[in-house]
Ligand binder design. Structure first.
Ligand code: TXA
Ligand code: MG
Length: 352
């Protein structure tokens, strides 16, 4: 398949630039587009055959449901059978934005989009291009992250091209995304809503609006041996992973740096290509391997933005072993550590 790559300035475009993408979507095709979190791979959410193509292009397991992207809160009523008051309050506060909510689905949403579940995940992305595309085409977009299944999510169009060129009809290149990790997922079908995937919108931010919110046990107890089944089917798969073997080092920073240096030296001497996930504050302290900074330790936003891109860079550099510092585990740091540990297959070394 020939993939059309169209560059669009997200701050200055007119609807004419969306005509070709809109046509593809109306004909049941696939268009990758930027959102504020990561790039998405979009298709008509109400057309089962179109959704199916997403699974094929990504190599995604068919039981892993898709998020439906809308451009107006009123669009919810077409898709859900019950709209809790709390959800409306959250939508008013956080939409458009990086919050996905799960509802009991209506008949208009095909099982091909929800991975066979009776619930549907919906969000309104905070990105001018994504919103304009949904409005102009009049199509709700089923869209997972636009990466090959299992690889780190794409934060720029180049990443999408790397994974999906030749497999999708069109890629809209709207530049780099702002946040860099996927939306928070909140299950609204429970009396007390449950976070199924941490993200930019934190538990505290949600609780400030609707009161008590819980966190899925499978996320809290990050211990694979417990074998807790996550409620978001996608969270059970190895994910966001680079090709090299990623290890996360936890403990006081001086010990972390020392241990990473020690292992990087050993592995380099043994002839392996080693990558180190460092930060602006610590990059000078490493003497072996390929050192990449992911952001500033004291600025979680910069780390979220840098994470997936750096993991992908190590792939293209052929890193066989990747050693990463760990990051603060509060607020946004919670989402960062969730993705990093998943990418590492929970391979953690404690150094104190
Ligand atoms: O920020 C984002 O959410 C990005 C952008 C493109 O919007 N999308 C994204 O989609 O991360 P994806 O498919 O990569 O991750 C969706 C996650 C999966 O873990 C999936 O299992 C879960 O959402 N999910 C979707 N529908 C669900 C449902 N009805 N019940 C439980 N989990 C659901
Ligand atoms: Mg994904």
């Amino acid at each position: 398949m020939h993939t059309v790559i169209q560059v669009v300035d997200k701050d200055r475009f007119d609807n004419k630039e969306l005509a070709a993408a809109s046509k593809v979507l109306k004909e049941g095709g696939l268009v990758a587009f930027p959102t504020e979190t990561v790039y998405g791979l979009g298709a008509n959410a109400l057309d089962e055959l179109a959704s199916k193509k997403i699974y094929e292009a990504k190599g995604r397991p068919s039981d892993n449901p898709l998020i439906v992207h809308i451009a107006d809160t009123s669009d919810l009523s077409n898709m859900v059978v019950e709209l809790p008051q709390k959800a409306l309050e959250l939508a008013k506060t956080f939409w458009p934005g990086p919050l996905t909510m799960i509802f009991h689905k209506s008949e208009s949403v095909p099982y091909g989009t929800t991975g066979g579940l009776d619930t549907v995940a919906v969000r309104m992305p905070d990105h001018p291009l994504a919103l304009a595309l949904i409005k102009y085409s009049g199509i709700y977009l089923a869209a997972p992250s636009a990466n090959t299944s299992g690889r780190p999510s794409p934060t720029k169009a180049e990443h999408v091209i790397e994974d999906l060129s030749g497999k999708v009809d069109m890629i809209l290149d709207g530049g780099e995304v702002g946040i860099g990790i996927e939306s928070t997922i909140l299950d609204m079908t429970e009396d007390i809503p449950v976070i199924l995937r941490p993200g930019f919108i934190t538990k505290e931010m949600l609780e400030a609006v609707i009161g008590e919110v819980q966190v899925d046990q499978a996320i809290l107890k990050r211990n694979q041996n417990l074998n807790l089944k996550p409620k978001a089917p996608g969270m059970k798969y190895r994910h966001y992973a680079p090709k090299g073997e990623l290890t996360v080092f936890q403990g006081a920073m001086p010990f972390v740096v020392k241990e990473i240096n020690k292992r990087a030296k050993q592995m380099t001497e043994d002839g392996y290509t080693v990558g180190i996930v460092a930060t602006e504050e610590t990059k000078q302290e490493y003497s072996y391997g390929i050192v990449k900074t992911i952001g500033y330790r004291n600025d979680a936003h910069s780390i979220a933005r840098g994470l997936y891109g750096v993991l992908r860079e190590f792939d293209s550099l052929g890193a066989q072993y990747i050693y990463s510092e760990s990051f603060q585990d509060n607020a946004l740091g919670n989402a960062i550590m969730n993705r990093l540990l998943k990418a590492a297959g929970y391979h953690v070394v404690r150094v104190d």
